[in-house]
Design a protein around this ligand. Structure first.
Ligand code: GLY
Ligand code: MN
Length: 418
């Protein structure tokens, strides 16, 4: 979709008559004490989506009486000398102040990274939510970028599989992944690559370190490539050498749970139901393993499943690893399902890109917590659960687009084998 079409779509959804909307890209953030060094720059998603532009400090503004206008900082002396010197597509940012002053007294919404003390906070929040809703369905161009990211991500996972052996460190495998995806056409990782060996496979957002893989360990990799800011979010759990029969059983159950969740990513499906279904399938494995003493259905209904699956089953993805997460306009919910608050709580619509990422983990802080042990009492075989401490956990994740028919799993070509 062209930027003009996107802007028209947002304006139609806002349906304003007198309000002014200003959307800021944001400025680079300096590294504290880093002198002229900045963190890698990413424009705010709202600005990026509306303009298809990544200009630092850019602003796009909307007046329902006169339409959209884009303001950009002039090319700096540094950019002229050292490059890159981007060709401006908008008016000079110096014209923004007079543009806004000419509209003073009218309600103002500040979106993206734009900040203005005069802005109406409630209006800003409402319009941002509407924009999130408009951005949530991915168009063909966006899906094509995610498909390119998926191809590169597959190369990264294949490189990891080739490199797995006892003694290799999490950091070694991170480097293998990030090298392979860039060789395969990615701009780089779409988010911080997670590689967790053995007990580290139970750490949700782990920074890979010098822990070395040992024979029989799980290895959890949660990593995805970015192409032109579009990202796929993928997790696979491998085994180093031979996994025990119990570890293989749990791995197979998490794959089964994930594929069941993917199959449920259909039009109108409540995200809660996806979480619940995934929790039940994984709980069946906990029953088989003798870790829980009640039924799988009871494990999910009671919330006990959250002892082993303590995060929401997924989130929207696309322009970044978290994209357009705000609740749809008119949906005010704060519900729990299977003992957790899911990260998105909405019905799925055409074109939504979501990740499905169930996991079962043996987390020391949860399994040794006195309050939880009292609460779940005899519903858990605590000795059996403790026997898994140190094993870590298993998570499997794909990035999926909701279609008129079967879900489009963008990342299913990446092997699920342990
Ligand atoms: N892939 C990391 C996450 O979804 O948080
Ligand atoms: Mn994810």
């Amino acid at each position: 979709m062209s930027r003009e079409a996107r802007q028209a779509k947002a304006a139609a959804a806002w349906n304003l008559t007198n309000e002014i909307v200003v959307v800021g890209a944001g400025d680079p953030i300096g590294i504290p004490g880093g002198h002229d060094q900045c963190f890698p720059y990413k424009p705010h998603h709202e600005y990026r989506w509306l303009t298809d532009c990544k200009r630092e400090g850019g602003i796009v503004a909307y007046d329902p009486k006169s339409g959209w206008v884009h303001f950009e900082p002039p090319v700096t002396e540094m950019e002229l000398v050292w490059g890159p010197s981007p060709a401006p597509i908008g008016r000079s940012i110096e014209e923004f102040g007079p543009w806004l002053a000419a509209r003073s007294g009218r309600p103002l919404a500040a979106l993206g990274s734009y900040v203005n003390a005069e802005a109406d906070a409630a209006l800003s929040k409402t319009l941002s939510r509407i924009l999130s809703h408009v951005r949530r369905p991915k168009d063909a161009t966006e899906i094509a970028l995610m498909q390119r990211a998926a191809v590169a991500t597959k190369a990264g996972y294949e490189a990891i599989r080739r490199a797995i052996r006892p003694g290799v460190t999490e950091r070694d495998l991170q480097v293998e992944f990030e090298y392979a995806i860039q060789k395969a056409g990615a701009d780089g990782p779409g988010y911080g690559t997670i590689v967790g060996a053995g007990p580290d496979s139970a750490v949700f957002h782990l920074t890979p370190g010098d822990r070395a893989l040992q024979e029989g360990d799980y290895l959890l990799v949660d990593a995805g490539a970015a192409v032109d800011s579009y990202v796929v979010d993928v997790t696979r759990t491998f085994g180093c050498g031979e996994l025990s029969a119990e570890k293989l059983l749990l791995h197979a159950a998490v794959v089964e749970s994930e594929l069941a969740g993917v199959a449920l990513c259909t039009l109108g499906r409540e995200w809660h139901d996806v979480h619940h279904a995934c929790a039940v399938v994984m709980a069946e494995a906990l029953v088989k393993l003798g870790v829980v003493t009640c039924s799988a259905a009871e494990t999910a209904e009671s919330g006990l499943s959250s002892l082993f699956f303590p995060h929401g089953v997924g989130h929207t993805v696309g322009l970044g690893v978290r994209d357009a997460m705000a609740q749809p306009p008119g949906i005010e919910r704060d519900r729990m399902v299977a003992g957790v608050r899911v990260r998105i709580d909405m019905p799925l619509e055409l074109g939504y890109a979501v990740t499905v990422e169930p996991g079962t983990y043996f987390i020391p802080a949860l399994l040794t917590d006195t309050a939880r042990r009292e609460k779940w009492g005899s519903m858990v075989n605590w000795d059996k659960a403790e026997s898994w401490l140190g094993a870590g956990g298993v998570r499997v994740e794909d990035s999926v687009v909701v279609t008129e028919g079967e879900p489009l799993n963008l990342t299913s070509a990446i092997s699920y084998d342990p």
